[in-house]
Design a protein around this ligand. Structure first.
Ligand SMILES: CC(=O)N[C@H]1[C@@H](OP(=O)(O)OP(=O)(O)OC[C@H]2O[C@@H](n3ccc(=O)[nH]c3=O)[C@H](O)[C@@H]2O)O[C@H](CO)[C@@H](O)[C@@H]1O
Ligand SMILES: C=C(OP(=O)(O)O)C(=O)O
Length: 422
């Protein structure tokens, strides 16, 4: 298993290009299952999660060519020859459940392994299943798999009101509704930019969708969808992560392709903490020129609130802030596993249920630490960049799920960071 060695202490200055969004790409890729015609995604990120989704789609019969070093994914699902998403692939990545809606919508049947829990929480998929049931699907849970059928071979439009906001359930229902007979209305739908991106791509393929980006999405089902070429939206979580690098270390970094509308609530917190964020022609410029960061309180919420996927990285910043901050995690029940690792680096953090109280210290100190999940791993790297001495972050396979070329991107801004290959 690879690890990352960081020698901390210096300022960061330079530019960092931001990739296409992992979480958008993972929902755009299954859209290929809705059409016999080619779907091409440009601005795709080069990540292990994208390779896992590629493997899963290929196992179902899709042809996928990754061009330009993986930045372009040319997909073609002329025929789905296998309708079973196997546990061996699904267990690696929860987003695999997103093949259920499209397969069911196109061919009227699908079998998909249940993804199981994960380190940050139990993460059930009941809302995905209830939405598809409302659209007429008959579901049977057997041997760890969901066996799904659409009576008469086609889903039908329905009004689906989600009891809580779920990004994945909104995506699965939206994908499925494009080919259902009649109108589907999704209420209390997620408003994340990745949902907007998915709706835009589906519309390019011929889908009739209104209201994406609001909490009510209306889909008029069509008989068939065609091919399209679509650029994946900028990764707002990668963007937020790299915006934190100069905030923690000092210096000035311009994040190329960054947009304030993608990170509004997060940028407001940076401003409150005393970090300057300005829009440039090419992206967002972030600087911490003088003084210590101020303590701020953060509560994670569905978009447009502060994203749970930036909570760990924000905690790394607040570890050296002036004063005491409280972080409240409202999306996942077990998303503070980075706290004990940050404490190993000298942070003062107390976790009580869904709250973490962080009292800033003058300086963190390097230590051997272990990544427990994707965003935890990058929070440890951010902390290490600001810490005195050396830090080795192990289990970085989590990091590779969501960040491409981390060492190169941070290294170009002056960070002393290298990968130790196992
Ligand atoms: C691949 C992808 O896009 N992942 C993102 C997606 O995950 P994901 O789509 O899994 O997250 P959801 O928005 O569905 O989860 C929100 C909450 O709803 C719960 N829930 C969800 C579905 C369900 O059927 N039943 C249920 O109870 C979850 O356990 C969680 O507590 O959104 C999360 C919340 O912004 C992000 O942290 C993830 O990075
Ligand atoms: C939790 C995340 O991803 P996933 O939903 O794929 O586990 C994430 O991107 O931070």
């Amino acid at each position: 298993m690879d690890s990352i060695l960081v020698k901390g202490g210096g300022e960061l200055n330079g530019v960092i290009p931001i990739a296409g969004a992992k979480n958008a790409c993972l929902t755009l890729m299954p859209a290929t299952l809705l059409t016999e015609e080619p779907l091409t995604l440009t601005n795709a990120p080069r990540l292990s999660d994208i390779r896992t989704m590629t493997q899963l789609l290929q196992s179902l019969g899709c042809e996928i060519a990754d061009l330009q070093g993986g930045k372009v994914l040319a997909m073609s699902s002329h025929r789905i020859h296998n309708h079973t998403a196997d546990y061996d692939i699904v267990r690696k990545m929860r987003a695999s459940i997103l093949v259920l809606g499209p397969m069911l919508a196109r061919d009227g049947h699908a079998v998909v392994s249940l993804p199981g829990g994960c380190a940050i929480g139990a993460r059930p998929v009941d809302l995905h299943l209830k939405a598809l049931e409302a659209m007429g699907a008959e579901l049977d849970l057997r041997d760890g798999y969901v066996h799904a059928k659409a009576p008469g071979g086609r889903l039908k439009g329905a009004v689906v009101e989600f009891p809580l906001v779920s990004v994945g359930a909104t995506e699965n229902a939206l994908l499925a509704a494009t080919l259902a007979k009649g109108t589907t209305v999704l209420k209390n739908a997620a408003r994340e930019p990745e949902i907007v991106d998915l709706a835009q791509c589906l519309r390019r393929m011929g889908a009739q969708i209104e209201g994406e980006g609001t909490s009510t999405i209306t889909i008029q089902g069509v008989d068939r969808l065609g091919g399209a070429t679509h650029p994946v939206v900028t990764d707002r979580i990668e963007l937020g992560t790299y915006m934190l690098a100069p905030a923690i270390c000092g210096g000035e970094v311009e994040c190329l392709g960054g947009r304030l509308d993608l990170v509004g609530a997060f940028a407001e917190k940076l401003d409150e903490a005393g970090i300057s964020v300005t829009e440039t022609e090419r992206g967002l410029k972030v600087a911490r020129k003088n003084g210590r960061v101020k303590a701020v309180n953060v509560t994670t919420e569905p978009f447009p609130g502060f994203p749970t996927d930036l909570q760990a990285q924000m905690m790394a910043l607040l570890c050296t802030a002036d004063g005491t901050s409280v972080l409240e995690e409202k999306i996942f029940e077990n998303r503070f596993m980075h706290a004990p690792e940050l404490i190993r680096m000298g942070a003062r953090i107390e976790v009580h249920g869904g709250h973490a109280t962080v009292t800033g210290v003058d300086r963190l100190k390097g230590a051997p630490v272990m990544a427990t999940d994707l965003r935890a791993s990058v929070s440890l790297i951010l902390a290490a960049l600001a810490a005195e001495g050396e830090t080795v972050v192990s289990r970085v396979y989590h990091l590779d799920r969501g960040y491409e070329h981390v060492e190169d991107k941070l290294g170009a801004c002056g960070a002393k960071i290298e990968r130790i290959r196992a």
